[in-house]
Design a protein around this ligand. Structure first.
Ligand code: ASP
Length: 345
């Protein structure tokens, strides 16, 4: 159901979608006021669209916690005024940003949808137009009871609306650039938009949104590989004030059984670093009970990341430590789903 009094705030952060070719064929950011010229269909929507942009649009490789806080500020300041928010963002780190925002925008009851494109909006074959138009429509769509259908941070890309903290960028060239491997899509846009109402994350009843600004970036990702040497692994022990390591392991959470390997990980844990086991596989879950290679990690205190993505693991750890929680409290929170980022029975 479309509400003709509805309004959306379209936030442009940068990325390919907002680029046009200059006279030499190089891609440069579009002056956002020209967007309506490139997407004349915007005028045909029956709802109001306001736009706001980062003073300096960025390639999403430059995204960071500071810029995520800026997005939180924009959304908080405009929260009451709009029915929904669409964030135009580069695809490279969109899954990280969507994950971070899913934690920072606690208990929201309106859609926050990130989208972008593989081809600039100024190109004839752009995928940006469809992505933008459908994301805008989803941002104002209401259920028959008049309430927003989407009440969480999502990515919309190539016909699919996905829970933001479940997404991963899977392709550097194809229009189907994102996937949600461990959670079903929240909506599919064909001739009709088919929403999975039953899967949407809903805010807690009788409570209001809470906007979080502080993340603690003292987090590292360590991806293991056959042949990894002790000095490479040990180099992480030298990082000052490190709070957490996302340990990217094999399959169901397995790692080498070599004593030197376990000793180094044990040393991290004894130093107070939280070590979270996340699988290198795109799909499936960590289960450290399955093989001895996983059991040994569990025995020294490595925590299961369950079926979390690396992007969401990094964001969740930054968020939890940013809240000022103790290590013990962080460990408890990692076992729980905060905004649907892990599947727990
Ligand atoms: N490098 C670009 C970015 O992430 C790629 C894109 O937008 O698709 O900002």
């Amino acid at each position: 159901m479309l509400d003709s009094n509805a309004s959306v705030l379209l936030i442009y952060t940068g990325g390919t979608i907002g680029m046009v070719e200059d006279v030499n064929g190089a891609l440069i950011p579009l002056d956002f006021t020209a967007l309506r010229e490139f997407v004349p269909e915007l005028k045909r929507f029956q709802f109001w669209i306001d736009t706001i942009q980062f003073e300096k649009p960025v390639d999403s490789s430059d995204m960071n916690p500071e810029k995520w806080s800026k997005l939180v500020r924009i959304i908080q300041e405009n929260y009451a005024r709009y029915d929904g928010f669409v964030i135009l963002h580069g695809t490279d780190t969109m899954a990280y940003s969507a994950s971070a925002l899913s934690f920072m925008l606690e208990n929201i009851d309106k859609p926050v949808i990130l989208t972008g494109s593989q081809l600039p909006i100024g190109k004839i074959r752009t995928d940006g137009r469809e992505n933008l138009l459908t994301a805008l429509e989803m941002a104002v769509d209401k259920a028959p009871d008049g309430k927003p259908i989407v009440t969480e941070v999502c990515i919309f890309f190539q016909d699919l609306l996905m829970r933001g903290n479940r997404t991963t960028k899977i392709n550097a060239a194809n229009f189907k650039a994102f996937n949600s491997f461990n959670f079903p899509v929240l909506a599919e846009a064909g001739t009709k938009i088919r929403y999975r109402y039953d899967l949407m994350h809903r805010p807690l009843p009788h409570s209001t949104p809470k906007f979080h600004y502080t993340l603690d970036p003292k987090v590292a990702i360590v991806k293991i590989f056959p042949g990894m040497s002790a000095d490479v692994l040990k180099a992480n022990s030298a990082i000052l004030h490190l709070k957490a390591i996302v340990l990217e392991t094999y399959g169901a959470g397995d790692a080498p059984g070599d004593q030197w390997f376990l000793d180094i990980v044990d040393e991290w844990i004894k130093k107070g670093i939280v070590v979270l086991n996340v699988s290198q596989c795109a799909s499936g879950s960590v289960n450290m009970d399955l093989y001895q290679a996983g059991k040994s990690l569990q025995e020294i205190g490595v925590l299961s990341g369950y079926d979390i993505t690396t992007e969401a693991a990094v964001a969740k750890l930054m968020f939890l430590f940013g809240l000022g929680l103790t290590r013990h409290e962080v460990k408890i929170a990692l076992k729980m789903s905060i905004v649907g980022e892990i599947t727990v029975d």
